[in-house]
Design a protein around this ligand. Structure first.
Ligand SMILES: Cc1ncc(COP(=O)(O)O)c(C=O)c1O
Length: 489
């Protein structure tokens, strides 16, 4: 845009106007569902209470009575020994956990499906990391008895909640703290009979909640909990975590976001169980509205029942067509990948929302079943997509069980160059590459690129999958699109 062309346009406001003018049904974050999850008072006064510390208020970074009381109430509600409010996202809680529990040069064991904030924290603070998928983490605990901590992500973006009891038990007996990134499961503790167990109830030492994802909290509202047991064993950790959070957070925390964290805690501690059972009842009713074949391609109730995961290709329905149809009816899922559509159900989703959702899914299914040739094409396409998704897991697997020092790349980044992917064999990755969402790094700085990796990445990119960190240059004269990534010189 040339300078001097500003005639008072507001492109961001214009973009956002579309969100509130359209009649939309939200099955995506944030968990407050277009502000419906807030009290009338919060909705009416939100912009007026956008403040930080001054003579009438408290200080989140140096808590007085209001913040201390709110944190104690949250700790009690979530079953923690101590809770910190964060207004700059759960990513900051990941950073603070690593700084508090590991020192530069230490190695940590991490779930291969960890969010990119973990890798970024390792890069910035000189921490080494060795990855494994959750079932293989116990072996790594034996292999790396001096690891500073174990970091697991549970549930994942699809609502799947792996059993981590063995990991916690093994780590506990070796004095190794376990940090659970429960970003997608802040609501688990409020209905124990309906939900997977919460990480704190499983005995995790530190738990991270990206509260804005599933609770009625403004975007960036997050919490970091330290367990009672860990605080008893290491009382000094209260001060260490507070200092770490202060170091990585803004000096102008949003009291508006903090107020919504306070609101969500109060709401959930008094009504959480009935809100969740009400929603899960509606979701059960939604299941029963669907044709049996569509119902069989839902994976809800296998983990978090509030997260509906649909695999339309399993019944030969084209996933992109289904998403287009949902969107054209004003229904917005959280995201979709090669094979699955993920919907986050919130407490403010109504019976009508679920009825409309069931209606569109049924219509698309019935339409798709009326064209035999299309069914065959969709079947072939789904097999291809499943194969590509397996490739992503294979790519993630390549960097498992290898210790990495990601900070080397960060501090040596002037020693990096951009190179064409097809020419990158035997070169070493210098920048992380990830698919968003869910934001899991595919390639780790320090990873050596081999022929097999080039081939798998090329296959994904040729299918139009965008990998953050791999840039594409359009080249009119060639059918092949050159793709570049950053490697060490
Ligand atoms: C598993 C996981 N952890 C952490 C985060 C970071 O959360 P936030 O966006 O609150 O910083 C995300 C965000 O998507 C996530 O999916």
């Amino acid at each position: 845009m040339p300078t001097g062309s500003d005639n008072g346009q507001t492109p961001i406001i214009d973009m956002l106007k579309k969100c509130i003018s359209a009649e939309t049904i939200s099955f995506h974050m944030p968990g407050h569902t277009n502000s419906l999850g807030f009290s009338d008072w919060l909705r009416e006064n939100a912009l007026k209470i956008d403040t930080t510390e001054f003579s009438l208020t408290d200080d989140l970074n140096d808590p007085g009575e209001a913040f201390r009381t709110a944190s104690c109430l949250a700790a009690e509600t979530f079953g923690a020994g101590m809770t910190f409010f964060i207004t700059t996202g759960a990513s900051i809680a990941v950073h603070a956990s690593l700084i508090s529990l590991a020192s530069p040069g230490d190695i940590i064991i991490a779930d291969r499906k960890s969010h990119s904030s973990l890798l970024n924290a390792c890069r910035l603070y000189g921490i080494k990391v060795v990855f494994a998928f959750i079932p293989d983490i116990p072996e790594l605990i034996n292999e790396y008895p001096d690891a500073a901590l174990v970091f697991v992500t549970r549930p994942d973006y699809y609502g799947k909640a792996d059993d981590i009891s063995n990991i916690i038990h093994m780590s506990e007996s070796r004095g190794m703290p376990v940090v659970v990134d429960e970003s997608h499961g802040s609501h688990f503790c409020f209905a124990p009979a309906l939900m997977p167990s919460s990480a704190l109830s499983e005995g995790a030492h530190v738990v991270i909640h990206s509260a804005h994802k599933t609770l009625p909290v403004l975007t960036q509202g997050a919490m970091l909990h330290i367990s009672k047991g860990f605080l008893r064993k290491k009382p000094e950790s209260a001060k260490i975590f507070a200092g770490a959070l202060k170091a990585v957070s803004t000096t102008s925390p949003s009291f508006l976001i903090a107020a919504t964290l306070d609101h969500a805690r109060a709401l959930m501690s008094t009504k959480g169980n009935s809100l969740i059972s009400n929603s899960t009842e509606m979701i059960r009713a939604f299941h029963s509205m669907l044709p049996e074949n569509i119902r069989n391609c839902l994976s809800s109730f296998q983990g978090d029942p509030m997260r509906i995961c649909i695999t339309p290709g399993a019944v030969s329905v084209d996933i992109t067509y289904m998403v287009e149809r949902l969107n054209s009816e004003g229904i917005y899922p959280e995201f979709y990948d090669l094979t699955d559509i993920v919907l986050i159900c919130k407490f403010n989703n109504t019976e009508d929302d679920f009825r409309k959702l069931a209606g569109v899914l049924t219509e698309v299914y019935e339409e798709s079943m009326s064209d035999k040739e299309q069914i065959e094409r969709n079947f072939v396409d789904f097999s291809r997509r499943v194969h590509l998704k397996d490739k992503i897991i294979e790519i993630l697997n390549v960097s498992c069980r290898i210790p990495f020092s990601p900070s080397e790349s960060h501090f040596k980044s002037d020693g990096a160059e951009s190179i064409e992917l097809k020419l990158s064999e035997n070169r070493v990755i210098s920048e992380p590459c990830a698919i968003y969402p869910p934001g899991i790094p595919l390639l780790i700085p320090g990873q050596i690129i081999d022929r097999n990796l080039i081939s798998m990445l090329t296959d994904l990119l040729s299918e139009g999958i965008r990998i953050n960190g791999i840039t594409e240059t359009s080249c009119r004269s060639s059918a092949e699109i050159p793709r570049f990534l950053s490697v060490f010189i």
